[in-house]
Design a protein around this ligand. Structure first.
Ligand code: PLP
Length: 242
């Protein structure tokens, strides 16, 4: 087995065990493999190990991979999970299946208008700034209900749920607090009639806490592909200037 296949196997086992411990069906937690900064070869290895859903943060880098792998394997699913500026919405609307990082009406409207007619509706999550961090993207919790209602009316989007990246904390009990807050916000929207089925929360370091609080998609990079180059190098830098 390749290193990536071994890591994928371990992460799937971790998800499975965390779901059982939480009294949940393991099949109700999907694994999104976050392949940002890694090349098409690494993604191919993951595909060979049975993975089909991939998360990407940098538009140009992602489209190179999507294009390279398009003819190689059908049925792949591409999720955009990074900060999205309005000058990149068309590329995202044209190449991705999901966007987890929608946090304002203008971006949502552009994605809906730019989604090609021959594609299925773009599946979206609202990104919530659940830890109220000044530096973080995401809509403030208090503004979620109004924005969710607005996005739910856009014809070429399908609002699936909420996403968050909480501030890192040490232990599992502390990690659960913001995930629980996100789930409660999500549940309130559902109680209010929005047909949401997705809670995108949990990464390599906190997926167990996220699953305990109801995550339906965990986004895992490092635990599958290994450590990434430090922020601001290579892909990230290129993306900023392009
Ligand atoms: C990079 C990234 C991940 C993966 O994080 P790891 O700690 O490497 O598992 C998940 N979600 C988002 C939004 C990311 O940008």
């Amino acid at each position: 087995m390749s290193a990536i296949a071994t890591h994928l196997h371990d992460v799937r086992r971790q998800i499975h065990d965390a779901a059982l411990r939480a009294g949940r069906a393991p099949a109700d937690v999907q694994l999104l493999a976050v392949s940002k900064t890694f090349g098409a070869d690494a993604v191919r290895e993951a595909i060979d190990a049975g993975q089909h859903a991939f998360g990407e943060n940098y538009v140009n880098e992602a489209i190179d991979k999507i294009t390279a792998l398009h003819t190689w394997r059908d049925g792949l699913e591409w999720h955009f999970i990074g900060p999205l500026q309005s000058n990149k919405t068309r590329l995202v609307a044209e190449h991705f299946d999901w966007v987890h990082s929608v946090d304002r009406a203008k971006i949502a409207e552009r994605l809906s208008a730019q989604r090609p007619a021959e594609c299925a509706p773009l599946q979206v999550c609202l990104q919530v700034n659940i830890s109220n961090e000044a530096s973080k993207s995401g809509v403030a919790p208090a503004d979620v209900p109004a924005l969710a209602r607005q996005i739910a009316t856009l014809p070429r989007l399908r609002l699936r749920g909420l996403m968050a990246i909480p501030a890192p904390t040490g232990n599992i009990q502390a990690q659960r607090v913001p995930f629980r807050a996100l789930r409660e916000l999500w549940q309130a929207l559902r109680d209010d009639g929005l047909p949401l089925d997705t809670l995108s929360m949990g990464m390599s370091a906190d997926l167990e806490a996220a699953i305990a609080e109801g995550a339906t998609i965990v986004r895992v990079g490092t635990a599958i592909f290994g450590a990434r180059p430090p922020h601001g190098t290579q892909a990230a830098a290129q993306e900023t200037i392009s």
